[in-house]
Design a protein around this ligand. Structure first.
Ligand SMILES: [Zn+2]
Length: 382
């Protein structure tokens, strides 16, 4: 997600906040201070409504974070890598690398989130029952957090991919049919259905008295629908790429340049005639870096004569590389996640190829018109 701010690390996971979160934080605090709290608890001085509203909003996001953390920690416990958790206006997302290897793993990683929310709801309910009749701010806070966590837990159990409940549904279909591809199809189609139903209900409410709920239903329904659709699209490209390795899509005639070449030289005597977008920088057989059109563009025109490729390139330590027998899916994942145009294919510490987006797309296009074998029917179960 772009437009995010790093706020720190927890258990080795980067915590990020998307700018839309600030909007929702203010909205929750404001709604509580102006509407919910004055209705439920009359007679407080105005600052108390605001302070309670802001604390409630902060605690709510701590609860959302706890929900996401439970997903992440369960995934890490099962040996998967979690890079970050991002809070945004509809809650949180955990960036978990690699897919679940079994239906059981998918089930547990998905279900712990709603369980965490329900446990939190129970805890706040106990606190509420304990503090009721005492300090009215604490009573209001615990009551509100019990209700909201209950709602988060139940909402996330809706069997609509990509919500947790949709993943639980996927795990169930996967377990029963032994076919992950089919499980993705069924759960994402159900997800789209639920998404469209929410949009329809939201539009209906827009024309009735409950416009506020209507707008939210349309936004959430649209989010669910489009996420479910993109999961299906991703599944299709995965199917097209399954069984393929980087070698199938890479180009072996790697254009190379030496680090001591000047940028002007590279531009005038190489790029201008060869029309290449990227050059692998080598000294003998050793990878030194990668220089692309974008890097060249960044060097001011007047400095090009006296700037060397080694000064403008991405150094080898930061160049994305893969061995030729790595799955092509992994290559596509790196290109997409790091938003780069190409990666260097390395074998025995030597650059042997260049994998570009165009190369991956070519393999995908051809695979899509090939007769469909059941290539995605491998089953791994516990
Ligand atoms: Zn969740």
């Amino acid at each position: 997600m772009s437009g995010t701010l790093n706020i720190g690390r927890l258990f080795g996971i980067r915590l990020k906040i998307h700018f839309s979160w600030v909007f929702i934080f203010a909205l929750v605090a404001g709604t509580l201070a102006i509407s919910y709290l004055p209705t439920a608890y009359s007679g407080w001085p105005t600052p108390q409504y605001w302070i309670t509203g802001i604390i409630a909003s902060a605690l709510l996001f701590a609860c959302v974070l706890a929900h996401e953390l439970s997903h992440s920690l369960e995934a890490m416990r099962r040996g998967r890598k979690v890079t970050s958790i991002t809070l945004f206006f509809l809650g949180g997302v955990s960036q978990i690398e690699e897919e679940s290897r079994s239906a059981g793993e998918e089930f547990w990683v998905s279900v712990v989130g709603p369980l965490a929310s329900l446990v939190l709801a129970g805890l706040f309910l106990l606190l509420f029952l304990n503090f009721r009749g005492g300090n009215s701010s604490i009573t209001a806070l615990t009551q509100y957090l019990a209700i909201v966590n209950l709602a988060i837990g139940i909402f996330n159990l809706t069997p609509a991919f990509p919500l947790d409940g949709g993943r639980v549904l996927k795990a169930a279909v996967w377990k029963l049919s032994g076919n992950e591809g089919r499980a993705v199809t069924i759960s994402s189609v159900v997800g789209s259905g639920v998404g469209f139903a929410m949009i329809a209900l939201g539009v209906f409410l827009l024309f009735s008295s409950n416009q506020y709920t209507g707008i939210w239903l349309v936004i959430i329904g649209w989010f669910i629908q489009s996420s479910a659709a993109s999961v299906r699209k991703q599944r299709d490209s995965k199917t097209a790429l399954s069984g393929r390795v980087v070698r199938d899509a890479m180009r072996g005639d790697v254009p190379t340049v030496e680090p001591g070449t000047s940028i002007l030289d590279l531009l005038e005597s190489r790029m201008a005639t060869e029309l290449e977008l990227a050059y692998v920088v080598v000294l003998g057989d050793t990878l030194q870096g990668l220089i692309t059109v974008t890097d060249v563009k960044r060097v001011p025109i007047e400095a090009r004569r006296f700037t060397w490729v080694s000064q403008a390139m991405t150094p080898a330590s930061k160049v994305a590389t893969l061995p030729p027998d790595a799955p092509l899916e992994e290559g596509l994942g790196i290109l997409a996640n790091r938003r780069i145009g190409q990666l260097v294919v390395m074998e025995d510490d030597k650059p042997v190829g260049l994998l570009t987006r165009a190369g991956v797309v070519r393999v995908m296009e051809v695979s899509n018109i090939l007769p469909h074998e059941s290539r995605n029917s491998e089953t791994i179960d516990e």
